[in-house]
Design a protein around this ligand. Structure first.
Ligand code: PGA
Ligand code: ZN
Length: 425
């Protein structure tokens, strides 16, 4: 049995030059683990609370010294002596210490950094790579499907960054390409990177800006959102691949972020749309571009609109709840009851602990949904989320474009896990 002997935390930078929390946890054998937490820009309003200092004299109010102090002086002393193998007990303790229903006392950023550092320590204490340890934890919690992980989840690449993530003029947030799931991950990574390079050339050809947005995808000004789908198709073709065979298309609409006063305004239509006419637009796009994934197609409180989208498009598309369900069990239950979506986007920092994230995965699986484990737009080089995705046997992962250090840290980690898994076969 191992024991935690020391816990300390500090403020570091994320990929957007914003502060975030990094926590170090030390075991009685001297081994340390380190975990840092990501941060969203297009956050759902029902997410657990990310504690920011609000002191305008530092980082425009975005400092995390209070969260760091909470780890150093409130959480740390309370968890010294605990065996990190007991992830469920650790997370229960963290939830109790906080005492609120949205982690608003200690901060979900403070809490998650400790929960993840503990998970990594549990892996070390049990002599396992983190993904195998996560698999054991998810099995113990009833969140896993039968059988040890044998494959790496299919990546969803965010090739064009719009909305809150790109300086260009696109309304939709992510224009995604998804390699066929039958391909080995290493091939999916190679071909995805090739399309990324071809996309750059396609943008240069039309004189569009090819600098990148928060998730490493290009952030051009285009005529409208449909054009961004078209240019992804062109890049796939010019790289020598075929839509519907090698690659499929997806969209994270992130509709809450362009919803105002009861309607949606997008470049593709001269008049503003209600939820019904926006849904018809998605029907058209899905036919023309053979979309297989639609995330947050409507704003996060339009439950009846979501039910309509899922009943119209859900038989051939993943209708993904992100801002809608915010990795929250109550919202997942509500979405299942109202048949509002059929796929869960899973972001540990929306809920705040590893065990609660596993619980949401368990629930989503019970409802027969697909699972996508996701990064955030503000990231660090911590690649825990890659191990986590393999361990829970997620169907897909969403780690941004196959570019920029904080994104490829995760994609490259999946490469090494794939090598390990095939050596074990
Ligand atoms: P966020 O974006 O991390 O800024 O919330 C990611 C997403 O919406 O999926
Ligand atoms: Zn999203």
């Amino acid at each position: 049995m191992s024991k935690i002997t020391r816990v300390w935390s500090r403020e570091i930078l994320d990929s957007r030059a914003m502060p975030t929390v990094e926590t170090v946890l030390q075991l009685d054998n001297g081994v340390t683990t380190v975990a840092s937490v990501p941060s969203g820009a297009s956050t759902g309003k029902n997410e657990a609370l990310e504690l920011r200092d609000g002191d305008q004299a530092r980082y425009l109010g975005k400092g995390v010294l209070k969260a760091v102090d909470n780890v150093n002086n409130k959480i740390g002393p309370a968890i010294v002596g605990i065996d990190p193998s007991n992830q469920a007990d650790m997370d229960k303790k963290l939830i109790e210490l906080d005492g609120s229903n949205n982690k608003s006392n200690l901060g979900a950023n403070a809490i998650l950094s400790v929960s993840i550092a503990n998970c990594k320590a549990g892996a070390i204490a049990n002599n396992l790579p983190v993904y195998k340890w996560v698999y054991q934890l998810s099995t113990a919690q009833g969140a896993a499907t039968e059988g040890i992980p044998t494959r790496v989840p299919t990546p969803i690449y965010n090739m064009i960054n719009g909305g809150a993530h790109g300086a260009g003029n696109l309304d939709f947030q992510e224009f995604q390409i998804i390699p066929a799931s039958s391909k080995p991950y290493s091939l999916a990574l190679k071909t995805g990177a090739e399309v990324y390079q071809h996309l750059k050339n396609s943008l240069i050809k039309i004189g569009a800006i090819h600098s990148v947005g928060d998730e490493g995808g290009y952030a051009p000004n285009l005529f409208n959102n449909a054009d961004a789908l078209g240019i992804n198709v062109e890049a796939i073709n010019s790289a020598g691949f075929q839509i519907g065979q090698d690659f499929f298309l997806g969209l994270d609409v992130a509709a809450s972020h362009f919803y105002k006063d009861g309607s949606y305004s997008i470049k593709d239509r001269s008049n503003s749309l209600n939820s019904g006419s926006l849904t018809s637009f998605f029907e058209d796009l899905s036919k023309e571009y053979r979309l297989i994934l639609l995330e947050d197609p409507l704003q996060e409180e339009d439950w009846s609109g979501w039910t309509e989208v899922t009943s119209k498009l859900g038989d051939h598309m993943m209708i993904v709840g992100d801002d809608l369900i915010v990795t929250n069990p109550e919202r997942v239950k509500k979405a299942a009851q109202s048949k509002a979506c059929n796929t869960a986007l899973i972001k540990p920092n929306q809920i705040g602990t590893v065990s609660e994230t596993l619980e949401v995965i368990k629930l989503a699986r019970q409802f027969g949904w697909k699972i996508i484990v996701s990064h955030r737009s503000g990231e660090t080089n911590d690649f825990f989320i890659a191990d986590f995705a393999v361990g829970v046997k997620s169907d897909f992962v969403k780690f941004g474009a196959p570019a920029r250090g904080e994104r490829v840290a995760k994609y490259n980690r999946l490469l090494s896990i794939e090598t390990e898994l095939s050596a074990n076969k």
